[in-house]
Design a binder for this molecule. Structure first.
Ligand code: PEP
Ligand code: MN
Length: 451
């Protein structure tokens, strides 16, 4: 059950303490909402008939991560990178940390390719006990060092509750792998750590089970959870898994957590990664997690689904174009910067034509001012008419009040224009009159008073 206290209706703290006193278990939602996680019947009785207090039943079994509990959505920070905001985030790197040389090449390629997080596994959950199990602690160190060298926050998998502290000490985002999707002790341990968590969907988990796994982490104290669709097991065998893009749209609608997509494990096929990455962006995912290896054919794990840094760069360019259709971007980074440079170039063209028009209008204004000046001096009138200047400035103020020049900038610009115009009008006047006006013309103009 979800309870919202309207601002004018009463005190949220009062409702909160009444619910606690009645034995309800309550948690904070977004925007002053109270999430009742235990004792819904009693809570309904507590708030029944209270003015300004709205209560609604949740249609889903998860509560704190339900979209209704925080309709504005959650943004999760990983180092300097924010996931769940306007920017689409690409996390990339090899399936496994192999060697220092491999990690350096991978991290350099990932950074240059436009990804913003570096992923790589140090502890690998393998189907066969005879397969490479990961470098363990050494892998954590190599990953952290490569991330530091290239300014990329890191993502890596943690397999057991006992490993949580040491993985958290080296990585910026802790991944729960598909095979651990319902390892509840691991989820509880991740609730107690001060690091964001990336929760992968189990190959046979429903979306509801994935959201409930996230609920475990949040209930145990960690609100920074990102969900990841990585493909599920179906009757289809042409691809390693079936990437369930329905899940992305469903999770975005029914939870407030960021959702990312892993098209590498979702397809298991290198050539299918780019099309499914673009599909992920189109369906509203907040980012992707993809396997990138400097030499995919020689990768120790998951080479068949890994792409090269060059393919990553091409994909990121394509993603930027696709995201732009939705008004989204890829955030900062060399590739995004190049796109920004192109945008700046186009705006500079506009500035140039605006400048040309401004100069033309100023020139025309000067001609008119000169003509007025000539008439004034023919009739022996002073050039400066303060009331008229005040009128011009009033018009300027009114015309620019709501724009970027509103707080005095337009007036300062116009004062400078008026001063130059007066100078021009003075050019035909005798020198004594100019001195009396304290705004004498430029020195070189004095000799040309006969003009
Ligand atoms: C991985 O990210 O390399 C991995 C093992 O993924 P998953 O848990 O989705 O299979
Ligand atoms: Mn992998």
């Amino acid at each position: 059950m979800l309870i919202r206290v309207e601002a004018e209706g009463g005190s949220e703290e009062g409702v909160w303490s009444d619910l606690v006193a009645a034995g309800c278990q309550v948690r904070r939602g977004g925007g002053g909402r109270i999430v009742v996680v235990g004792g819904a019947e009693r809570a309904a009785a507590v708030v029944a008939g209270r003015p300004g207090v709205a209560a609604e039943r949740l249609a889903v079994p998860f509560k704190q991560v339900a979209r209704a509990a925080r309709p504005e959505g959650t943004r999760v920070r990983v180092g300097e990178v924010e996931i769940g905001g306007a920017e689409f985030v690409v996390a990339a790197g090899p399936c496994s940390v192999e060697t220092e040389v491999q990690m350096e090449a991978a991290a350099a390629g990932v950074a240059a390719g436009g990804a913003r997080l570096l992923r790589a596994g140090a502890f690998k959950p393998r189907t066969s006990p005879y397969s490479f199990q990961g470098l363990g602690d050494e892998g954590l160190h190599l990953l952290a060092a490569a991330g530091r060298r290239h300014g990329l926050p890191t993502v890596t998998e943690v397999l057991t509750p006992e490993d949580v502290p040491r993985v958290a000490a080296h990585a910026d985002l802790l991944q729960v792998g598909a095979r651990n999707a319902q390892n509840f002790e691991l989820l509880k341990a991740l609730g107690r750590v001060d690091r964001p968590v990336l929760l992968k969907r189990g190959p046979s988990s429903t979306v509801e089970e994935l959201a409930l796994a996230a609920e475990y982490v949040v209930e145990h104290g960690n609100p920074n959870v990102i969900l990841c669709e990585r493909g599920i097991r179906t009757f289809e065998t042409a691809t390693r898994n079936t990437l369930d893009l329905n899940a992305v749209a469903w999770l975005k609608a029914h939870t407030h957590l960021p959702v990312v997509v892993d098209p590498s494990h979702g397809t298991g096929v290198r050539d299918l990664v780019a099309p499914l990455a673009k599909a992920a962006a189109a369906v509203g995912a907040d980012g992707i997690l993809i396997e990138v290896h400097p030499d995919p054919d020689r990768a120790w794990t998951d080479g068949a689904q890994s792409i090269t840094p060059r393919a990553l760069a091409a994909l990121v360019d394509e993603l930027a174009a696709h995201l732009a259709l939705d008004g989204r971007t890829l955030g900062p980074g060399p590739r995004a910067e190049r796109a920004a440079d192109e945008a700046i170039g186009r705006q500079r063209g506009r500035i140039d034509s605006i400048d040309a028009a401004l100069v033309r209008l100023l020139d025309e204004r000067a001609r008119v001012a000169l003509a007025i000046g000539r008439v004034k001096s023919a009739f022996g009138r002073g050039v400066r008419v303060p009331a008229r200047e005040e009128q011009v400035l009033r018009q300027v103020r009114a015309a620019t009040a709501d724009g970027p020049l509103g707080s005095g900038a337009a007036e300062r610009l116009f004062l400078a224009i008026l001063e130059e115009m007066r100078r021009l009008e003075h050019l035909g006047e005798p020198l004594e009159a100019l001195e009396a006006l304290e705004i004498g013309p430029p020195r070189r103009a004095l000799g040309g008073a006969s003009r």
